[in-house]
Ligand binder design. Structure first.
Ligand code: HEM
Length: 413
């Protein structure tokens, strides 16, 4: 079943992009007025954490449902491509989740992530050098395309033992699919996005079949050693091709585009100079890491995530009906920002504990994303000295659960 189809029957359209912003509901479990927003919006960190830690009451089954119900035409395009997102990992509320999660977690152990650091730095330095060359030749450079876009995708594919190919296409498909499932496209745009998702799914199914049939990927740390790729490992665990495709569809997007977005926002704030860290200071490993953590706490690339009440229950003494959809705020409401005398935010020891979720579905790529973002920011700041933001009014991607500047164009100051 296409996940989005279930949502079409579940409720009204959501409100506009401000749902992911600040003022949809009060600071605590406010039930939005009928017709405005179909979600109960929870913002208080303790309450958000409690919901995430009660998976039997609050299921992730709605995590990947389309925010804007799919039209019949869009559904037909997806069905023709045999597109389906059966619950496997992020939206799986059954007992199979733990075993599947263990298989995926094996590809992102702390040791494997730490061992990847030299490779991440190499990719970050190469991108930063290319960005500097573009700056020298053109006078400006967009850091989203030049340094944020590709390193996370390359690192993810290498860690998963999958071939690194078709990166520009993967990036375009990722943005389209995020908009299709978490955005508010009009019918024409939705149809366009459905065609893109169908093309991505074809590509993915071919990759899954190929990877299961020729299981030996290359170990990223020791290319002379072979290791099983993720898709083969999932097949060995007993998953069928549609289930592997469903997991792959989520992971190949979430495992790199979210990090690209975190890097983009961090570089935007650094170039803007609005977070108490100058561009030059960003070349320090500690400052770069602090700024990444600050962004995770205040305006993470995944600002919200969804849950649905699995049964009649209560939260902080309020009754909640089975089927109630809940929007959890993960970032931006943790007692920040601390403003200095001039009103600028100050980076401090930021608690960002909810940016990656919490509990049994907590993000498996948290350490990797943080490391990648800090290294790319540091290497970019080191390579491009004396720059400033050219377009401080850049367009931002604002979806229900994803956000970032679309461009971070800088010039010599
Ligand atoms: C800045 C980057 C990222 C952010 C902000 C982020 C955020 C999140 C959030 C909020 C969730 C839902 C957690 C929950 O339901 O409790 C999640 C789940 C997940 N993330 Fe990430 N993520 C990022 C990068 C990554 C990367 C790099 C990978 C892997 C390469 C990854 C893999 C996953 C997986 C596999 C899940 C599902 C876990 C499960 O359901 O058991 N993420 N992520």
């Amino acid at each position: 079943m296409i996940a989005a189809a279930a949502h079409a029957a579940a409720g009204p359209d959501v409100a506009g992009p401000d749902v992911a912003g600040r003022d949809v509901a009060g600071p605590e479990a406010a039930i939005p007025e009928a017709g405005s927003c179909p979600y109960m919006v929870l913002r208080k960190p303790d309450t958000v954490r409690e919901v995430l830690h009660r998976p039997d009451d609050f299921s992730p089954a709605n995590a990947l449902l389309a925010v804007t119900p799919l039209s019949g035409q869009s559904l037909r395009v997806l069905q023709k491509a045999r597109f389906a997102l059966p619950p496997v990992l992020a939206s799986n509320d059954t007992s199979t989740h733990a075993g599947i999660r263990k298989v995926v977690a094996g590809f992102f152990t702390p040791a494997k992530v730490a061992a990847m650091e030299p490779r991440i730095r190499e990719l970050a330095r190469d991108s930063a050098a290319r960005a500097r060359a573009l700056l020298d030749s053109h006078g400006t450079v967009d850091l989203v395309q030049a340094v944020a876009a590709h390193p996370p995708a390359i690192v993810m594919m290498e860690l998963l033992g999958l071939p690194v190919r078709d990166l520009p296409q993967l990036k375009a498909w990722s943005l389209d699919s995020l908009e299709l499932f978490w955005g508010w496209p009009d019918p024409d745009r939705q149809l366009e996005l459905a065609h893109s998702a169908a093309a991505f799914y074809h590509w993915l199914r071919d990759l899954v079949v190929e990877s299961v049939e020729s299981p030996q990927g290359q170990s990223p740390q020791s290319p002379e050693q072979s290791c099983p790729n993720l898709f083969k490992a999932l097949a060995d665990h007993g998953l069928q091709t549609p289930e592997i495709c469903s997991l792959g569809y989520f992971l190949l997007i979430a495992g790199q585009e979210t990090t690209t977005q975190l890097i983009s926002t961090t570089l935007f704030r650094l170039a803007e100079g609005s977070r108490g860290i100058s561009w030059g200071e960003g070349s320090s490993a500690l400052k770069a890491r602090d700024l990444v953590r600050h962004v995770l706490a205040t305006e993470s690339s995944v600002p919200t995530w969804r849950r649905i009440a699995a049964r009649d229950t209560e939260l902080n003494g309020r009754p909640i009906k089975a089927g109630e959809e809940i929007l959890l705020e993960l970032t931006g409401n943790h007692g920040f920002p601390w403003a200095d005398a001039s009103g600028n935010e100050r980076v401090g020891p930021t608690p960002y504990g909810l940016a990656f979720g919490s509990g049994i579905h907590r993000c498996l790529g948290a350490k990797l994303a943080e490391l990648e973002a800090a290294v790319v920011v540091q290497e970019t700041a080191a390579a491009l000295n004396g720059i400033r933001l050219q377009d401080s009014a850049a367009d931002w991607l604002r979806l229900l659960s994803f956000q970032a500047p679309r461009t971070v164009t800088v010039e010599r100051s």
